[in-house]
Design a protein around this ligand. Structure first.
Ligand SMILES: Nc1ncnc2c1ncn2[C@@H]1O[C@H](COP(=O)(O)OP(=O)(O)OP(=O)(O)O)[C@@H](O)[C@H]1O
Length: 325
């Protein structure tokens, strides 16, 4: 449904600001009827990519097709297949739910009976049926988000793009919203691409794409991503993580990655994190504030691949500096 090929976007920079590459040679394919999540640390380029997909920015290089239509060369047919839910509200909070939807319908030529059919259709995916007369500002955050969803369903999109749609929602509202997306995919075969930082959301989707520094680091099913980490993960909370990392490396030959105040060992020797835990407690007790062994979850894979990319980026920078000197 959506094919992104070798996409690069460079912000031009100004007098005091150098040009910044926000997306770099990114290739990503989401087949028809799949639910994919795009995740990445702050500044990894997700919003820039999203803006390009929505037609709000033009990339420096690359190609995007939606349902076979070239989004950049001939945007109208590609956009006709897309519905977009932005992170910031795109409805008028002073208007009622129905008024907002009617306004959006009218912009797309939907009036009278045709609008009513689409309205009923769109509302079926939400909990808004009894609230059509209410002003949006009087709705809960979860229901207000559902107005955004209903709005974009009015045009029967084949591809839904959503930018962190569940940010700020409580767990129940988040679940209701994700359930609606899951049903749209299952029952209508809609393709869904959503950015999110919430890893519990990613556990239930078809695929998860992880970006950092404008590049795609991984794109796979949640299970295949978890399988990248072979054994359990050992997480150590240390008052002096750098010293402990050096001791683990020099004394035991164990590579630990620093993540905030934590040290993480994602690939313990003999895939035995418990044995390593015992050894760490026996030998380095004063460098340990807390220690846990856990089954790898998606969040651990995310930390692993983004930390690896950071380390590679730092090594490449150091090499460049050495060559320059
Ligand atoms: N208008 C702009 N001009 C120059 N640089 C920009 C602009 N917008 C974003 N950037 C830079 O591009 C890079 C990617 O930013 P982007 O906002 O796309 O990342 P993100 O993954 O969406 O981050 P977040 O999760 O914090 O929203 C960052 O280095 C950012 O500073």
């Amino acid at each position: 449904m959506i094919r992104i090929e070798d996409l690069t976007h460079v912000y031009p920079g100004g007098r005091r600001q150098p040009p910044r590459t926000a997306v770099s040679g990114l290739t990503l394919h989401i087949p028809d009827g799949r639910f994919a999540i795009l995740s990445g640390p702050n500044g990894s380029g997700k919003s820039t990519l999203f803006r390009i997909l929505c037609g709000l920015a033009r990339p420096s290089r690359g190609r995007v097709t939606v349902g076979g239509h070239d989004l950049l060369a001939d945007p109208a047919p590609a956009r006709a297949l897309m519905g977009v839910v932005f992170q910031s509200p795109a409805v008028d909070k002073h208007l009622g739910v129905r008024e907002n939807l009617a306004l959006h319908g009218a912009l797309h030529g939907l009036r009278g009976a045709a609008f009513r059919v689409r309205l009923d259709e769109a509302l079926a995916w939400t909990d808004l049926a009894g609230r059509l007369g209410d002003r949006v500002e009087t709705l809960s955050g979860g229901l207000a988000r559902q107005v955004e969803l209903a709005k974009c369903l009015l045009t029967r999109p084949r591809l839904l793009l959503l930018d962190e749609p569940t940010t700020g929602l409580d767990p129940a509202s988040r679940r209701a919203f994700l359930n609606a997306l899951g049903r749209l995919r299952r029952e209508l075969g809609m393709t869904v691409l959503m950015t999110s930082h919430i890893f519990s959301e990613a556990e239930e989707v078809d695929s998860v794409a992880i970006m950092a520094n404008g590049r795609l680091l991984a794109h796979d099913t949640p299970q295949a991503l978890r399988d990248r980490l072979k054994g359990d993960v050992l997480v150590i909370d240390s008052p002096d993580p750098d010293t402990l990392a050096a001791r683990l490396r020099d004394d035991l030959g164990v590579a630990a990655m620093r993540h905030g105040d934590e040290l993480r060992v994602d690939d313990p020797p003999d895939a035995d994190a418990v044995m390593l835990l015992e050894r760490v407690l026996a030998d380095y007790r004063r460098l340990v504030r807390g220690i846990t062994v856990k089954r790898p979850a998606l969040e651990d894979v995310f930390i692993h691949v983004t930390a690896e990319a950071r380390a590679q980026g730092a090594a490449a920078t150091a090499e460049r500096q050495e060559t320059a000197a």
